[in-house]
Design a protein around this ligand. Structure first.
Ligand code: ZN
Length: 433
């Protein structure tokens, strides 16, 4: 297996939640020499400095350029850490008809049926009581814990079998054991204790942000092992490519003149409107602080820097489905294994325009790659990304690209191993160019 593919599978397995994804990205950057900044502190920067800052499930990281941003601009890559899933409700313990269950709420646009009959686990952030006030801990059970069983075929009417309709409140409550099992806070406290994370009592668990995820690890499938079967490819595949490309850029012998960076946002799947989402101030504030820390006080530094900058919004793209090829616009049918896809939408669900598309196309061709093209059929709704939201919020010229996948928003998605390295290469080329 190619190194980059094995590395992506490890990244996905280490990132069952946005909090874990931000932590894993930070750990990889630390290993490459990046130092963590705190939002609360004054940022003091010199050219060549490599830094990152984490905010919940979001992360910003950068390599300070040799030239002031007002003179050289930024090259930034954005992606999102969250994926559609099932989030545990605040008072989740339910017992019904001999089973213990956990009440959950859908997060983002799930393909609900893909969560049935699958071994699921739980992970997330837990806030526990401490002497100095509540403190946050990350926890992942890392073993099958939950299951949402289908209704047996003999108990369904003919019409129900033909078109499965799932009620998110009624039909998606996972079973966690038999009725005499432990409450969720007891399970969490025991897990924290057994993993050596904290010695807490169930009563010390004050609140949590826990979510269900596919317990099956990411793996290669297919006759030649050429396909990636994994949860959360949307959009951990792009987060992984962004981190990998930035680490590569940071190890270049000479610091680039431009400041290079990545932003990995939480909350994309629910509209990005949060303190750490793409509609929030995270990136705009970081750019302003970098300009201020690196400039010698030139006038209108941030606006001049933004005018010289580009953002690549990296998110997965719809590969053409062999059983549903008619769902794609003719001439715009991205194939698995054929590399990065440029995404265009006239209504600005993607931020790409002809000028920035031309820049990416030229970059691809210089490396012997021909970008694939996606535009949605005129009679279907279009997905969206952090691209247009970030562009509108910060003013960066933006292009939307992504690796092709099938079954987007399924509990488990499908991609091609051959697409992993070209995306990292393209983002690294964007940072160089
Ligand atoms: Zn996405």
């Amino acid at each position: 297996m190619a190194d980059a593919v094995a590395d992506l599978l490890r990244f996905i397995d280490a990132s069952p939640t946005p909090y874990h994804a931000a932590r894993e990205a930070g750990a990889r950057l630390s290993k490459a020499g990046f130092r963590e900044l705190r939002a609360e502190d004054v940022w003091k920067l010199s050219p060549g400095d490599t830094r990152y800052v984490v905010r919940g499930g979001s992360l910003v990281a950068f390599v300070a350029g040799a030239a002031p941003p007002a003179a050289a601009g930024f090259r930034w890559v954005g992606a999102h850490t969250d994926s559609p899933n099932l989030r545990v409700k605040p008072r989740p313990d339910v017992t019904a008809h001999g089973c213990r269950q956990i009440a959950v709420e859908p997060y983002g646009g799930l393909l609900l049926h893909t969560w049935l009959d699958r071994d699921l686990s739980l992970a997330g952030r837990v806030s526990v009581a401490g002497a100095q006030g509540p403190r946050s801990l990350l926890v992942a059970f890392e073993r099958p814990l939950l299951r949402i069983p289908s209704l047996a075929i003999h108990l369904q009417r003919e019409s129900e079998r033909k078109s499965l309709e799932l009620n998110a409140q009624q039909h998606l409550v996972p079973v966690v054991g038999l009725a005499d099992g432990r409450q969720l806070t007891a399970l969490v406290a025991a897990e924290l204790r057994e993993r050596g994370i904290a010695e807490v009592d169930p009563r010390d668990v004050l609140a949590f942000d826990l979510m269900a995820h596919d317990a099956d690890p990411a793996r290669l499938v297919g006759s030649e092992g050429e396909l990636i079967s994994a949860p959360r490819l949307d959009n951990l595949a792009s987060c992984h490519a962004a981190v990998s490309a930035l680490v590569r850029a940071s190890s270049a012998p000479n610091a680039a003149s431009r400041t290079l960076g990545i932003v990995l946002y939480d909350h994309e799947e629910v509209g990005s409107r949060s303190a750490q989402g793409a509609a929030g101030p995270l990136l705009g504030e970081a750019l302003a602080r970098i300009v201020e820390a690196l400039e010698d006080g030139g006038p209108q530094g941030l606006s001049r820097a933004v005018a010289r900058s580009r953002l690549v919004s990296a998110d997965v793209a719809h590969a053409v489905h062999p059983n549903y090829a008619d769902r794609h616009e003719p001439g715009h049918r991205p194939l698995l294994g054929k590399g990065p896809v440029l995404k265009v939408n006239a209504a600005q669900s993607y931020a790409t325009d002809g000028e920035v598309a031309a820049e990416i196309t030229a970059l691809c061709r210089a490396r012997g790659l021909e970008p694939q093209q996606f535009v949605v059929r005129s009679d279907l709704p279009c997905g969206s990304t952090i691209g247009p939201i970030t562009a509108a919020r910060v003013g960066l010229r933006t292009v939307d690209i992504g690796s092709p996948v099938l079954a987007m928003h399924s509990c488990r998605e499908l991609a091609a191993a051959a697409d992993v390295e070209p995306m990292i290469d393209l983002l690294a080329a964007f940072f160089e160019g």
